[in-house]
Design a protein around this ligand. Structure first.
Ligand code: NAP
Length: 302
C-alpha cells in the first residue's frame, strides 16, 4: 500500500494528510457509531488523518462526534477541519425564509462553538469560510478568527469557493496566512484552473483542498457527451498507467497539478478509500494529463 504523507498546507502550517477524508455524506452511509469509529480507525491506519466536515452537513458533525466519543484518544491522531457560514434550509418558516450566508463575527463565534460541541472536541485544526458571503465584512471575520485563535479553539483558518479577490481581501486583514482555499477540482469542472484561483494559491504556496474530485460520482453514471468522452479517455489511461480503476486516474490527474492540491475523498467505502491511496504511486505524463483536459473540453488545446 502506498504511503500517505503529511504535507504543509501553507508556509505557516498546518500539516495535513495529502488525502483527506470528507464526511459530507456520512449520514447517507447509514453506519452505527461503532461502524463510524471503525471506518475512521481504518483510514487513520492508511495515513489519512485529516477529516473534513461542516456546520451545514446536516447531522454529520453529530454522527462524527458520536463516533469520537467512543474512543476520545483518537482525537490526538487526527486533524479536524470544519466550515461555517451557510444558514441552510429553514428549520421553521418564522426563523428564516431563505437559505443565506452569514459571516458576521457573532455568527462565526456561535457556529464554531456549535461545531465543537457536535464534534465532541475542544478545538478545530482548521475552520474555513464555507462560501463567499456577498455581505462579508473582512474586519469582522478577522476579528472572529483572532478571538478563536487566541482562545485556542481554532488553530488555523481558511476559505472555500473564494475568488482570488475575496481571498486577497480577507488575507489583507489577517496577521497570519490563510491555509487553504477549498475548491472543486475534477475533470468535469476546470473553472479554478482557468480563473486564476490555483495560480494564486501556487503563488502564495498555499495548497488547495480539492473537493468532489470524482464530480460527486457523476463521472461514473452521467451520460452527457462530455462524460462519455471522459470515461473513454479515463479507461484508455487506466490501462496505459496500469491503474486498477478510473478513479485512480482521476486522483492522479488532480494531484499532478503544480498548485499541489490535497484531495478530498467522498466515499464511505474503505475499499474505495484504498483505491485513492494507491493512486499516490501512479505517475501521469504531461501528455496524459492533457488528454483528460481535451476530453473534458471536447476540443484540442488552442
Ligand atoms: P466525490 O469523490 O466526488 O464523490 C463521492 C461520491 O461518488 C459518493 O457518493 C461515492 O459513493 C461515489 N463514488 C465514488 N466512487 C465511485 C465508483 N467507483 N462508482 C460509483 N460511485 C462512486 O466526493 P464528494 O463526496 O462530492 O466530495 C468530497 C468531500 O468534499 C465531501 O465529503 C466534503 O467534505 C467536501 N466538499 C466540500 C464542498 C465545499 O463547498 N467546500 C462541496 C462538496 C464537497 P460511495 O460512498 O458509495 O462510494
Amino acid at each position: 500500500m502506498s504511503e500517505v504523507k503529511k504535507v504543509l498546507m501553507s508556509p505557516q502550517g498546518p500539516s495535513f494528510s495529502e488525502l483527506i477524508q470528507g464526511y459530507w455524506r456520512l449520514a447517507s452511509w447509514e453506519m452505527t457509531a461503532q461502524q463510524r469509529l471503525s471506518f475512521l480507525s481504518e483510514h487513520i491506519e492508511l495515513g489519512i488523518t485529516t477529516v473534513d466536515n461542516a456546520a451545514i452537513y446536516g447531522n454529520s458533525e453529530v454522527l462524527f462526534g458520536e463516533a469520537l466519543k467512543l474512543n476520545p484518544s483518537i482525537r490526538n491522531e487526527i486533524e479536524i477541519v470544519s466550515k461555517f457560514g451557510i444558514n441552510g434550509i429553514p428549520s421553521s418558516p418564522e426563523e428564516r425564509r431563505v437559505s443565506h450566508y452569514d459571516s458576521s463575527k457573532e455568527a462565526i463565534l456561535t457556529s464554531a462553538e456549535n461545531s465543537l460541541k457536535r464534534l465532541n472536541t475542544d478545538y478545530l485544526d482548521a475552520l474555513l469560510v464555507h462560501r463567499p458571503d456577498f455581505l462579508m465584512d473582512a474586519d469582522q471575520v478577522a476579528d472572529a478568527f483572532s478571538e478563536l485563535k487566541q482562545s485556542g479553539k481554532v488553530k488555523h483558518f481558511g476559505v472555500s469557493n473564494f475568488t482570488t479577490s475575496q481571498f486577497d481581501l480577507l488575507q489583507s486583514r489577517l496577521d497570519f496566512s490563510l491555509m487553504t482555499n477549498q475548491v472543486e477540482i475534477n475533470p468535469v469542472n476546470l473553472v479554478v484552473l482557468e480563473d486564476g484561483t490555483t495560480d494564486q494559491l501556487q503563488q502564495y504556496r498555499v495548497r488547495p483542498m480539492a473537493w468532489s474530485c470524482l464530480a460527486g460520482g457523476r463521472i461514473f453514471f452521467d451520460n452527457t457527451e462530455q462524460m462519455q468522452r471522459l470515461r473513454k479517455t479515463l479507461i484508455e489511461l487506466m490501462v496505459e498507467m496500469d491503474a486498477t480503476s478510473i478513479e485512480q486516474v482521476i486522483f492522479a490527474w488532480v494531484l499532478k497539478h503544480p498548485s499541489n492540491p490535497v484531495a478530498l475523498i467522498g466515499s464511505g467505502k474503505i475499499s474505495r478509500v484504498k483505491q485513492a491511496v494507491e493512486a499516490l504511486s501512479l505517475s501521469m505524463t504531461t501528455e496524459q494529463w492533457y488528454r483528460i483536459w481535451v476530453a473534458s473540453k471536447g476540443c484540442p488545446v488552442p
